[in-house]
Write a protein that binds this ligand. Structure first.
Ligand SMILES: Nc1nc2c(ncn2[C@@H]2O[C@H](COP(=O)(O)O[C@H]3[C@@H](O)[C@H](n4cnc5c(=O)[nH]c(N)nc54)O[C@@H]3COP(=O)(O)O)[C@@H](O)[C@H]2O)c(=O)[nH]1
Length: 702
C-alpha cells in the first residue's frame, strides 16, 4: 500500500488533473462550521482565474464569484449533502475575473472524519461550451417545433410498421383528426381505397426490397378527411434513420385549393364569363384539333358566324345589364339549336360562332346542312325574348363557311365566316350568306381603300365640290358641299363608296372636320369678296361624326377661326342618326341651333324615322330622297311618298327640298305637289368652289 504525504498527494492530484478537464478539490467543513479547501489541483488557477495561494488560503473568495442567483442553490446543495452525507452535483455560473460568466459543473462526495469534520472529494468542470451547444440545440428544437406546428403542410411521422407517431397542427386541420385519435394507428386510415392499398403495397415492397420508389418522390394521391370527404393531396415520404431502426416522415400538401384555382383559371382562360360558352381561344383550339385529325375525304365541317342585329342600340337604350340578359338567352338558344358534339362559342360582344362537325363529305350537301342549322338559329333568335318583363325581338346576321382538310388557316376560316356575316348584314340584316371568293376580293379592295383614304388628305387628293340649291325660278338659295376623292389610279372614287369606309374605320372624324374647315374657309372667302353674298352652305355630317363627344366645341372652334356668319350654315343629317341616343342627338342639335346653325334631314323616307322623334328634332327642312324623285313621273308609289313628305313638312312647319331633280317635268310634278325648292342636275351640277362662283354669280338670291 502506498502512503502519501500532503505534498505527494498534491503532486498526484496535479498529475491527474493535467489529463482531465477542470480541477479536483478536497473541501473540509471543520467542526466549528468553517469551510476550507485543503487540497486543490493547480488547474483550478486557470479555471477560476485566481492565484492558487489565494484559492487555498481563502475559498470564500472563489465562492463570492458565484452568480448571486446560483449561490443559494450551491450552499443548499452542500448543506444537504452534509446533512445526509450524500454526494452533491450542481451546475452554476461563475464570474471569471476576465468579466464573463462561465458555466461550471461540480460533483463531490462527502466523508465524515473521526474528528467530526466533513471532507468532500470532488471536481469542478467548465461546461460553458457544452451549455452553449445545449442552448443552441434547445433553440433549434424549439424553432423546429414552431415550424412543424405552423407549417401549412401536414407532417406525420410513422414507424416502420406504418403506425402514426406524430401529427402536427396542419395535419389536424387537413384531416380533421386530433392526435389522440390517430397516434398509434395505421397511417392508411387517412387514405381512401384504392390509394390506401396502393400505399400499403408501396411500403410493403420497400420494406421487402429496399427499392425506394416512393421515398423522396412527390406524388399526387387522394386523402380522406375525418368526415369522409376525399381531397387531392401531394404526398412526399422521407426515411429517417434511428439507432437501431428507422421511421418515415410523410409530408402532405392539401391540393384542394390549387385544384379549385386551376379549374377557375382554365374557366377564365377558355370560357366566356358571361355566357359560360367556350371563348375564342378554346374555339380555335378545337378547330385546330379537328383540322389536324381530319382525314382526306372525311365529312366536312362548317363555321357559322352569328352577329346580333342592332345589339348596340339595345345596349345604348336599355343599358348593359339588359344587353347581358339577351346575350345569355341567345347563348342558351344557340346551344339548343345544335348537336352535342358541335361547339357554340362567344367571340365577344354580340358575336357568336357555331362550329358544326360531321357534315356530309359532299360539299353541296354539307352546305345545305349548314344552311339548315343557320335557318334554325335565325328562327330561334327571331322568337321574341323577354328582357326585364318586356318582349324584345332580335334578329341575327349569319355568315357560313365550310372547312375541310385542304385549305385554310383557322384565322382565314374565321375571316371567311366574318366576311359572309358582313354580307348578310349589308343585305338588310336577319339574313344568311355563304362565303364566296368574291367577298374576299371586295374585302381586300376595302382594306386597300381604307389604307389609301388615310393618306388622301395629306396627299391632297380630297376636294370639295358645291352644288346649287334652287327655287322654282332657278334662283340660287344655297349650296350643298360634296366631297370628292381623286385617286391617282382609281380616278374619282364616289363618296357613296368611301364615306361608309371612313365611318367604319373612324377616319370620318378627321375627314369630317376637314370638310367643315374647308367649307368655312371657302364661305369666309366668298363673304370677304362679296362674290355670292347671302349664300347658305349645307354640309353633310355623318352619324358617327355627330355623335363624337367633342363635335360641338370642334365646330365652334372652326367657325370662330374663319369668322363665318353662323346663320349661313346648315348641317344635313341622315335618318341613321336617330338609331341610338336620340335624346343626346336632340340636345346637341338644340345647342348648335342656339348658335344659328340650321338642320336638314337628308334622304328622307329611306330610313326608319319615327314620326314622334321628328316632332322633337329642331329641324328647318326635310330633303326628299332622289330615289323618289327619279321615278316620280312613272311610279305612283314614289309620287305618293314625295307627296306625303311634302305634306308632313307643311304639317310640322318645316321647309322641303327635293334632290336629284334632272328634268323640268320632275320639277313641275314636285311643284304640283307643293315642293318649290330643288337640287339636281337640271339646275346645276356639283362643281369646284372656283367654278361655282362663275356659274352662279348672276342667280344669287339676296
Ligand atoms: N358625311 C358626308 N357625306 C358626304 C359628303 N359628301 C358627300 N357625301 C354623301 O355621299 C353620298 C354620295 O354623294 P355624291 O356622290 O356627291 O352625290 C351627291 C350628288 O352628286 C348627287 N346628285 C345631285 N343631283 C343629282 C341628280 O340630279 N341626279 C343624280 N343621280 N344625282 C344627283 O346626289 C348626292 C347628294 O346627296 P345628298 O347628300 O343626299 O343630298 C351622298 O349621300 C352624300 O350625302 C361629306 O362631305 N360628308
Amino acid at each position: 500500500m502506498l502512503v502519501y504525504n500532503t505534498q505527494d498527494l498534491q503532486q498526484l492530484l496535479n498529475l491527474f488533473s493535467e489529463n482531465v478537464p477542470g480541477f479536483f478539490f478536497q473541501l473540509e467543513r471543520q467542526p466549528n462550521g468553517c469551510f476550507c479547501l485543503r487540497l486543490v489541483s493547480d488547474s483550478a488557477a486557470q479555471s477560476l482565474g485566481m492565484a492558487l495561494t489565494e484559492i487555498r488560503q481563502n475559498a470564500a473568495l472563489a465562492l463570492a464569484r458565484v452568480h448571486p442567483d446560483d449561490l443559494e442553490d450551491l450552499r443548499d446543495t452542500i448543506l444537504h449533502s452534509a446533512q445526509h452525507l450524500s454526494p452533491w452535483s450542481l451546475q452554476f455560473r461563475y464570474q471569471h475575473p476576465a468579466g464573463d460568466y462561465r458555466w461550471f459543473e461540480g460533483h463531490a462526495t462527502p466523508r465524515q472524519l473521526s474528528d467530526g469534520s466533513l471532507v468532500w472529494h470532488g471536481y469542478v468542470n467548465d461546461i460553458s461550451t457544452i451549455r452553449l451547444h445545449e442552448q443552441a440545440l434547445a433553440e433549434y428544437a424549439m424553432q423546429h417545433r414552431e415550424i412543424v406546428d405552423n407549417i401549412l403542410d401536414a407532417i406525420i411521422t410513422i414507424d416502420q410498421g406504418g403506425l402514426i407517431e406524430t401529427f402536427n397542427n396542419a395535419a389536424i386541420r387537413i384531416f380533421g383528426y386530433q392526435p389522440v385519435e390517430v397516434i398509434g394507428k395505421n397511417v392508411s386510415m387517412l387514405m381512401p381505397e384504392p390509394y390506401r392499398s396502393a400505399h400499403d403495397q408501396y411500403i410493403d415492397a420497400y420494406q421487402r426490397t429496399g427499392e425506394a420508389k416512393i421515398i423522396g418522390q412527390s406524388r399526387e394521391t387522394k386523402g380522406r378527411r375525418k368526415d369522409g370527404r376525399l381531397f387531392n393531396m401531394e404526398l412526399r415520404i422521407s426515411r429517417i434513420e434511428r439507432v437501431d431502426s428507422y421511421k418515415f416522415i410523410g409530408m402532405v400538401r392539401d391540393l384542394s385549393e390549387r385544384k379549385r384555382t386551376e379549374v377557375l383559371i382554365e374557366k377564365l382562360a377558355f370560357y366566356d364569363p358571361l355566357t359560360q360558352l367556350p371563348n375564342r381561344r378554346l374555339l380555335k383550339q378545337r378547330l385546330a384539333d379537328i383540322l389536324k385529325q381530319r382525314q382526306p375525304g372525311e365529312e366536312l365541317g362548317a363555321l357559322l358566324y352569328i352577329d346580333l342585329d342592332n345589339f348596340k342600340h339595345l345596349n345604348d337604350s336599355l343599358g348593359h345589364s339588359t344587353g347581358d340578359q339577351l346575350l345569355r338567352q341567345v347563348a342558351s338558344r344557340l346551344l339548343q339549336s345544335v348537336r352535342q358534339h358541335d361547339t357554340v362559342a362567344r367571340l365577344g360582344g354580340d358575336e357568336f360562332i357555331i362550329l358544326l362537325q360531321n357534315l356530309s363529305p359532299l360539299k353541296q350537301v354539307a352546305l345545305q346542312q349548314a344552311e339548315l342549322v343557320a335557318e334554325k338559329v335565325r328562327s330561334t333568335l327571331n322568337t321574341p325574348f323577354t328582357l326585364e318583363q318586356l318582349s324584345y325581338v332580335s334578329s341575327p346576321s349569319i355568315g357560313i363557311t365550310l372547312f375541310s382538310d385542304d385549305n385554310h388557316s383557322i384565322d382565314e376560316l374565321l375571316q371567311q365566316a366574318d366576311l359572309a356575316m358582313y354580307q348578310a348584314k349589308a343585305a338588310g340584316k336577319n339574313s344568311i350568306k355563304q362565303f364566296d371568293v368574291s367577298m374576299q376580293v371586295k374585302a381586300s379592295e376595302r382594306t386597300r381603300l381604307e389604307s389609301e383614304l388615310r393618306e388622301a388628305i395629306n396627299r391632297q387628293q380630297l376636294q370639295l365640290y358645291y352644288q346649287g340649291l334652287h327655287d322654282a325660278a332657278g334662283q340660287l338659295l344655297g349650296a350643298e358641299v360634296l366631297l370628292r376623292w381623286f385617286h391617282p389610279e382609281l380616278g374619282n372614287v364616289s363618296p357613296a363608296r368611301f364615306i361608309p369606309i371612313a365611318e367604319e374605320s373612324g377616319l370620318i372624324f378627321e375627314i369630317g372636320s376637314w370638310v367643315i374647315e374647308q367649307a368655312c374657309q371657302q364661305l369666309s372667302r366668298w363673304q370677304a369678296q362679296q362674290l355670292v353674298p347671302g349664300l347658305k352652305l349645307s354640309i353633310n355630317i355623318s352619324a358617327r361624326q355627330f355623335h363624337q363627344d367633342n363635335f360641338l366645341p370642334k365646330v365652334m372652334h372652326i367657325l370662330d377661326r374663319y369668322s363665318v356668319a353662323r346663320d349661313r350654315l346648315q348641317f344635313e343629317l341622315t335618318e341613321s342618326i336617330l338609331v341610338s341616343r336620340v335624346d343626346e342627338v336632340i340636345s346637341k342639335m338644340q345647342a348648335l341651333k342656339q348658335y344659328g346653325i340650321a338642320f336638314a334631314l337628308d334622304d328622307f323616307g329611306t330610313g326608319y324615322s319615327s314620326l314622334s322623334y321628328l316632332k322633337r328634332l329642331p329641324l328647318e327642312q326635310l330633303k326628299i330622297d332622289r330615289s323618289f324623285v327619279a321615278d316620280i313621273l312613272h311610279d305612283p308609289n314614289d309620287a305618293a311618298i314625295a307627296s306625303t313628305v311634302i305634306a308632313l313638312s307643311a304639317a310640322l312647319g318645316l321647309g322641303v327640298i327635293a334632290e336629284g331633280v334632272e328634268t323640268a317635268a320632275q320639277r313641275d310634278a314636285l311643284a304640283a305637289l307643293g315642293c318649290y325648292h330643288y337640287q339636281g342636275f337640271y339646275f346645276s351640277r356639283p362643281v369646284p368652289g372656283g367654278d361655282f362662283v362663275a356659274l352662279h354669280r348672276h342667280t344669287v338670291t339676296h
